[in-house]
Design a protein around this ligand. Structure first.
Ligand SMILES: Cc1ncc(COP(=O)(O)O)c(C=O)c1O
Ligand code: FES
Length: 457
């Protein structure tokens, strides 16, 4: 039923109907599971939270954590999860050939999204693996001649951790700082490059604040200095235009589930001319040009290919849709709630990632209050450390502002009415939390909070 109705709805003109159909499917499954009347978030009055045990799914505004599988992607995957189950590496029968053909098409679809050649695409389990393979793989291959890596302080944990592992192996790593807006300084990058630098790794779009780095200029600097340039494109691929040749990118990591594809699959672009050499992390059967052994998960790969093709075709449409919602969200909140700061340089930001700090409000409390909205604080709150976000810290944010940040992630299926509902609820809950805050009261009385001498006992 799912696939037949979707084939009818597949055209771009029917996007609205498609997302409605998708959401209806979600509602339906809730009903089937719970045997209860379907309830939408919109039935919950503003300022009230859905009870903890409720079967209602919150409004999804966490598009940086993951994106829902586009139903058209599922449609493309289905045959490879059922009748076309061949191993794409089986050379002796039709099952293998059919699947291999599908994998090749997916490779081409992903290559097209970033202006690469299909032979330059390696399938992995996700951006974490692609990032590990790039950083460790390049460094270890060239370790006889080079021992230095450059990255930034606001990279995803898997980049920072790969660098840490390399430091333990004797490599040197420069972690470039960022300015208040989250952007690296290109002169500092130039100054950091040494004759022994093997790789520069700078992410395209930051997952916490949405800041976009100047990839083209970074790539130019790297190539002038004959240093390989890797970018973590997990949050950028399918969201903003990327071209590995225009941008002088030598390696790029992509994740399936960040672009409305399945989880557990990713891609790594590896330039062929001039060739980038890597020491593989996973060895064995020598699949994927020896860079990543293991049977290619054909259904996931087909899904990621379909997702890439859809994203390429609808990139402008998605961007416009998300920009419009982003303006509605930011303007709505900022016009109705005072003392709200947007984190990240607004001139270099992906609109689908809106990171806001609400003064005098603890981010975690606001997150808890907004139970009917699926959000992230974009901070380290969830870790045992209770440390504020290292990304916001790198931007120079004061601890209190870092502690009061919330990330709103908008995506392809987000609707205007969802945004309006979120704006109403943010206003209601921020006001309520501030009314309970002694700091807010002092601020209202004109006391400069920063001048307060806190007792040390
Ligand atoms: C910037 C960035 N890099 C890498 C990853 C890891 O991606 P994956 O879940 O595909 O391993 C993420 C996802 O959280 C991300 O946002
Ligand atoms: S408690 Fe707020 S950032 Fe951790």
């Amino acid at each position: 039923m799912f696939s037949r109705s979707l084939r009818v709805l597949g055209a771009r003109a029917n996007r609205r109907a498609l997302s409605a159909c998708y959401l209806r499917t979600r509602c339906l499954s809730t009903t089937l599971n719970s045997q209860a009347e379907p309830v939408t978030n919109h039935n919950v009055p503003v300022g009230e939270s859905i009870p903890a045990q409720s079967s209602v799914m919150p409004i999804y505004l966490d598009a940086q954590a993951t994106t829902p599988l586009d139903p058209r992607v599922l449609d493309a995957m289905m045959p490879y999860m059922t009748e076309n189950y061949g191993n794409p590496h089986s050379r002796t029968h039709k099952y293998g050939w059919e699947t291999e053909k599908a994998v090749d098409i997916a490779r081409e679809q992903i290559a097209n999204l970033i202006g690469a050649h299909p032979k330059e695409i390696i399938f992995t389990s996700g951006a974490t693996e692609s990032n590990n393979t790039s950083i460790k793989g390049v460094a270890r291959f060239y370790k006889g001649k080079k021992n230095h890596i450059i990255t930034s302080q606001t990279e995803h944990k898997c980049i920072l951790d790969s660098c840490r592992v390399l430091q333990e192996e004797g490599f040197e790593v420069t972690y470039l700082p960022v300015n208040k807006g989250g952007i690296i300084d290109l002169n500092e990058l130039k100054a950091a490059i040494r004759p022994t630098t093997a790789l520069v790794s700078i992410m395209a779009v930051n997952n916490e604040i949405g800041v976009i780095q100047d990839l083209k200029e970074i790539g130019k600097i790297c190539h002038e200095n004959r240093v390989f340039f890797h970018t973590d494109g997990a949050q950028a691929a399918g969201k903003i235009p990327l071209n590995v040749n225009d941008m002088n990118i030598d390696l790029m990591s992509i994740s399936g589930h960040k672009l409305y594809g399945p989880k557990g699959v990713g891609a790594l672009y590896v330039r062929r001319r001039p060739r980038v050499r890597l020491e593989p992390i996973i060895t064995g059967g020598g699949q994927e040009r020896g860079i990543r052994s293991g049977t290619v998960p054909s259904s996931l790969v087909v899904g990621m290919g379909a997702a890439a093709a859809l994203s390429a075709r609808e990139l402008d449409y998605d961007y416009q849709h998300i920009s419009k919602l982003s303006r509605r969200l930011v303007d709505g909140i900022q016009s109705r709630v005072s003392h709200v700061v947007r984190n990240g340089d607004p001139n270099h930001i992906y609109p689908g990632c809106v990171n806001l700090s609400f003064s005098f409000v603890e981010g975690e409390s606001l997150l808890m209050a907004l139970k009917n909205v699926a959000l992230s604080s974009g901070s380290a709150c969830t870790s045992a450390s209770l440390e504020p976000s290292y990304v916001l810290r790198a931007l120079g944010a004061e601890d209190d502002m870092a502690h009061s940040s919330i990330r709103f992630g908008l995506g392809r299926f987000t609707t205007e009415s969802e945004v309006d509902y979120v704006v109403d609820n943010v206003q209601a809950h921020v006001n309520r939390l501030r009314d309970m805050s002694p700091l807010w009261e002092m601020h209202q009385e004109g006391i400069d909070i920063k001048s307060i001498q806190w007792s040390q006992h």
